[in-house]
Design a protein around this ligand. Structure first.
Ligand code: NAD
Length: 368
């Protein structure tokens, strides 16, 4: 019997997260949600299509009439152009209000399919089948959907809840190591903001996590989902505490754009977390030992703690053009301790520039 977790929205049970190791229960879940005989569209990227589209098709073909829409993989395709092409496909195939989109893929697929679902015919149902570690521990939960616009991350979007999140943990076996560790960065972020015991568990299970041991991965995904569930239930539309989930994202998004999306999302989040921990130390929230511990703990998980050739002024300007501003001040997420994050709008430009300097890899560092 699969494990499940229910996520509430506006205090009412809204959708279940299913933790499975295959796709066998998917058809029954779709039928249970009332999609028997309906049109179902699997939306997936070119990489995931080659790996799992046919298996998912076979698993659900008895439920209704199944179509699939494949777009080219990569963050550069998380745009309105891809959404527009998807709308055209849905119109051509005569998808109606009672039909359902199935986001099969990582955070890019989930974000853009969710946004298309939120806006097509003023809202059509969608479910998430997250296939990256990042999307299983974070992006598939909480109903944030959207696309990048003119290179600015997630500039256009909507809060729109899925009807189901179906996790098949076995798909994590085919992830490239770099993508696997990218997802780990979001798990580490969740631990840092909300749960010191989980942080210790992650460190203690370093080798098991790297070996992708199934039981350990299940525990990792489940504990991360539990943290996210609690936060999004309390603050579904980010008026308060949900902003804590943005630890590492303020500078992370700026680095992602400055590096032209050559680094993964999780790599940028790791760099952003290091910078945020550094500012937390400088503002005397964290001790020096805690700062260095947090920084160094990303290393064994193959995540960067510094990067070449950051232009500090440019990163600062990009940070200010991101969404996380409040009355012209950057809404920074800092750490009071491991397991407790806070929102801070008092971080100065100089403190940000110093933090960027800390994660900027220079020739001098190479000779140290
Ligand atoms: P992604 O969707 O681009 O997936 C990364 C790569 O892995 C892609 O090349 C993909 O084709 C491939 N892939 C996916 N599943 C695979 C599998 N099982 N085996 C082999 N390859 C597979 O990126 P991501 O890292 O999953 O997500 C990053 C995106 O998520 C960013 O756009 C970020 O902004 C967004 N995000 C959203 C939220 C949210 O709350 N909505 C939260 C965090 C991040």
């Amino acid at each position: 019997m699969a494990e499940r977790m229910t996520v509430s929205y506006q205090k009412k049970p809204c959708y279940d997260i299913i933790f499975e190791t295959n796709f066998d229960a998917l058809a029954g879940e779709l039928e249970g949600l009332g999609f028997s005989g309906r049109k179902l569209c699997i939306v997936t990227d070119s990489n995931v299509a080659a790996l799992y589209k046919d298996t998912v098709y076979e698993a659900i073909k008895g439920v209704g009439s199944v179509e699939s829409y494949v777009f080219p993989a990569g963050e550069e395709h998380k745009t309105l152009d891809t959404v527009r092409a998807l709308y055209a496909f849905l119109i051509e195939k005569k998808f109606g209000r009672k039909d359902c989109l199935i986001a099969l893929g990582g955070g890019v697929t989930g974000d853009l399919t969710g946004y298309a679902a939120a806006t097509y015919l003023r809202g059509i149902a969608f479910i998430q089948i997250p296939t990256t570690l990042l999307s299983q521990v974070d992006s598939s939960i909480g109903g944030k959907t959207g696309v990048d616009f003119d290179g600015y991350k997630n500039m256009v979007g909507a809060f729109y809840m899925p009807r189901l999140v179906y996790m098949n943990l076995s798909v994590l076996s085919t992830l490239e190591p770099r993508q696997f560790y990218s997802g780990f960065a979001e798990a580490m972020k969740s631990a840092l903001i909300a749960d010191s015991k989980y942080y210790e568990w992650l460190i203690a299970n370093l080798y098991e996590i790297s070996d992708r041991e199934p039981d350990v991965l299940l525990e990792l995904v489940r504990r991360s989902c539990e943290i996210k569930r609690k936060i999004v239930e309390k603050d579904p539309t980010e008026m308060g505490d949900r902003a804590l989930l943005n630890l590492g994202h303020t500078l992370g998004h700026a680095i992602e754009k400055a590096k032209d999306f050559q680094l993964t999302h999780g790599e940028c989040v790791a760099l952003g977390c290091v910078a945020a921990a550094f500012i937390s130390w400088k503002k005397e929230l964290l001790s020096m030992e805690e700062y260095y511990e947090i920084r160094d703990m990303f290393v064994p998980f193959n995540l960067p703690i510094s990067v070449d050739d950051l232009e500090p002024e440019r990163i600062l300007a990009l940070t200010k053009s991101d969404k996380k501003m409040e009355n012209d001040r950057i809404r920074f997420i800092l750490l009071e301790k491991i397991g407790k994050a806070v929102v801070d709008i008092s971080v100065t430009d100089d403190q940000i520039l110093e933090a960027i300097g800390e994660i900027n890899f220079t020739e001098e560092d190479a000779h140290e």
